[in-house]
Design a protein around this ligand. Structure first.
Ligand SMILES: Nc1ncnc2c1ncn2[C@@H]1O[C@H](COP(=O)(O)OP(=O)(O)OP(=O)(O)O)[C@@H](O)[C@H]1O
Length: 273
């Protein structure tokens, strides 16, 4: 398995609308290690969905490089992009009904997902059995979506997305419609699915998601401002040496100018005297 399931470098996305240009992504660098769960956080409008769509190969960046499963998405033709999406990318929407088909049972969804990915039947059968058990839905294997709770529906949506071990599953606010206990439950399942070998990227406003994630990427105004790994929050320096200071630090620099001192103990930022 590749060390990184997906990455992007200098990704820019500009939308052209009647009101003018919207610079939604302004040079995003990010790496998603294989088999990890990453939470993408940030205020509304900071660019989370724009980045998800690019990594899910549903949209192309205006500039920059995005790579999934070793393939540079930006260089692929429409046909190869669709093939990569079918085999290597899963997408989970915020609303449970958008992810599922009313006439299919739990098992039916997983089998259909395997068929769409082009997996051999015995593999699909084995994966279906394993995933139904992992989801805790053995008793509900023959139930249709309207016979499942919202949390069960989202668990099924993630399971369907990981059938065939695609390189990457992206989810946009998948816990948005769930209460706190159901959210915790779903996140536990998502983490188990990720550690089974599929890399998962979840855009979320939910602090619980950030708590269970292996890494957190915090967006601000179209860039990744900070990254949290193993409980440590690190500011991100972009390819041009730009660093976003946390808000509480930024407030101290009224003139937006800073003196930088370097000595043996480290690098110090001081307000100009
Ligand atoms: N198709 C579009 N045309 C024009 N502007 C767009 C388009 N899609 C998004 N934007 C703008 O791009 C910026 C980033 O939007 P995006 O949806 O990526 O943010 P977000 O962090 O996902 O927000 P939210 O948390 O509200 O979903 C916003 O200013 C948004 O209004």
């Amino acid at each position: 398995m590749a060390e990184h399931a997906a990455s992007c470098e200098g990704v820019v996305r500009i939308y052209w609308s009647p009101g003018g240009e919207v610079h939604a992504l302004k040079g995003v660098d990010a790496v998603l290690p294989a088999g990890s769960l990453t939470a993408l956080t940030g205020p509304s409008g900071s660019g989370k969905t724009s980045l998800l769509k690019i990594l899910a190969a549903q949209d192309r960046p205006t500039a920059g490089l995005a790579v999934v499963a070793g393939e540079p998405l930006t260089a692929l033709s429409g046909r190869r992009l669709r093939a990569l999406r079918r085999r290597h990318i899963g997408y989970v929407f915020a609303r449970p009904p958008d992810n599922l088909q009313p006439e299919l049972t739990v098992v039916g969804h997983l089998r259909e997902a395997g068929r769409l990915r082009g997996l051999p039947r015995p593999v699909v059968r084995q994966e279906t059995e394993e995933l139904v058990g992992l989801l805790g839905l053995t008793e509900r294997a023959d139930h249709r979506p309207d016979q499942l709770s919202g949390g069960e529906q989202q668990r099924l949506a993630f399971a369907q997305a990981v059938v065939g071990s695609p390189a990457l599953v992206v989810a946009d606010e998948p816990t948005g419609e769930l209460d706190s206990a159901t959210t915790a439950d779903l996140l536990g399942v998502v983490r188990r699915l990720a550690h089974r070998g599929t890399t998962v990227l979840v855009a979320t406003h939910d602090p619980q998601a950030a708590e269970v994630a292996d890494q957190v990427l915090a967006m601000r105004s179209g860039t990744i401002a900070a990254e949290q790994v193993a409980g440590r929050r690190l500011a991100v320096i972009d390819g041009n040496g730009r660093l976003q200071l946390p808000d509480e630090v930024l407030r101290r620099f009224h003139t937006r100018r800073v003196e930088i001192d370097v000595d043996e103990s480290g690098v110090h930022l001081r307000e100009p005297s």
